[in-house]
Design a protein around this ligand. Structure first.
Ligand SMILES: [Zn+2]
Length: 265
């Protein structure tokens, strides 16, 4: 695995504010070899992003990929390997195999709700991005018996909340590309004849809503190439709209486009 230059994008899916700390994309003790887990820490201080970035006497920075401020703002500090968990009791949570999050807290003060929410959302989006089971989200105290952090957080219930978030859509959805597409796509009506009809045909097929019988005689490729919004296609769209509980009006507007671009069976 190279430098994790997608971290800012992943963090934005939480819906929480994100700051990209200058130079983060090339910061690290070499690239990140693997991502098999996430380790949650507290910093044991305040206003200490610079410590996570630059290190402290005896330990060079970066210390973690991410610093999470007490107001819930996520700072992306590094994309390469960080010194946040050595030695590790868990093989999947060594520095070479895990992402570190340092949350700003002195180790005593109660966690603000906004920060705790951001913490869980961040872990959920990291799981989503790297295909990690929620069980691989660990507190530092779980993978290093001499560590107390993150203080006062019951990691079992923390993981339960992360799992619930992971089941839902991202807060600031991966929408971005779908919504961008939707914005640029015109409303299609029966009898239209243009290239966007081909896009709609392809989407219907890609989502698994095109019965083989429909294209059996002409062949799939030829069917997908048709630019005409004909009666047959109108019937298929109407059926799709009904299944998706949309207005079955055969108009392919933003709602139908969105469903066509994201629906899965
Ligand atoms: Zn720690």
């Amino acid at each position: 695995m190279p430098y994790l230059t997608q971290l800012a994008k992943v963090a934005r899916r939480t819906g929480c504010p994100v700051t990209e700390v200058s130079g983060w994309k090339t910061r690290g003790h070499g690239p990140q070899p693997e991502v098999d887990g996430v380790v949650c820490h507290h910093t044991a201080g305040w206003n200490d992003m610079h410590v996570v970035r630059d290190g402290r006497p005896g330990l060079d920075g970066p210390l973690s990929h991410i610093w999470l401020r007490r107001d819930g703002r996520i700072f992306i500090v590094a994309a390469g390997r960080c010194w946040h968990n050595a030695p590790s009791l868990s093989l999947g949570h060594t520095n070479s195999r895990s992402i570190g999050i340092e949350a700003e807290n002195d180790g005593r003060t109660a966690w603000p709700k906004v920060q705790l929410d951001a913490y869980k959302r961040l872990c959920a989006e990291l799981c989503r991005e790297f295909g990690l089971p929620v069980s691989t989200v660990k507190g530092h105290k779980e993978v290093n018996s001499s560590k107390p952090d993150p203080h006062s957080i019951n990691m079992t219930s923390f993981r339960k909340d992360v799992a619930a978030l992971l089941k839902g859509e991202p807060a600031a959805p991966a929408l971005t590309w779908t919504e961008k597409l939707v914005k640029d796509l015109p409303v299609l009506r029966p009898k239209d004849d243009n290239y966007d009809v081909k896009t709609a045909r392809s989407a219907l097929f890609a989502r698994g809503y095109l019965p083989e019988a429909v294209y059996a005689t002409v062949g799939l490729q030829a069917w997908l190439e048709r630019t005409k919004y004909d009666d047959e296609f109108a019937g298929l769209i109407k059926g799709f709209q009904k299944l998706k509980k949309l207005d079955a009006d055969c108009l392919i507007g933003p709602d139908t486009w969105r469903a066509l671009l994201t629906a899965s069976r």
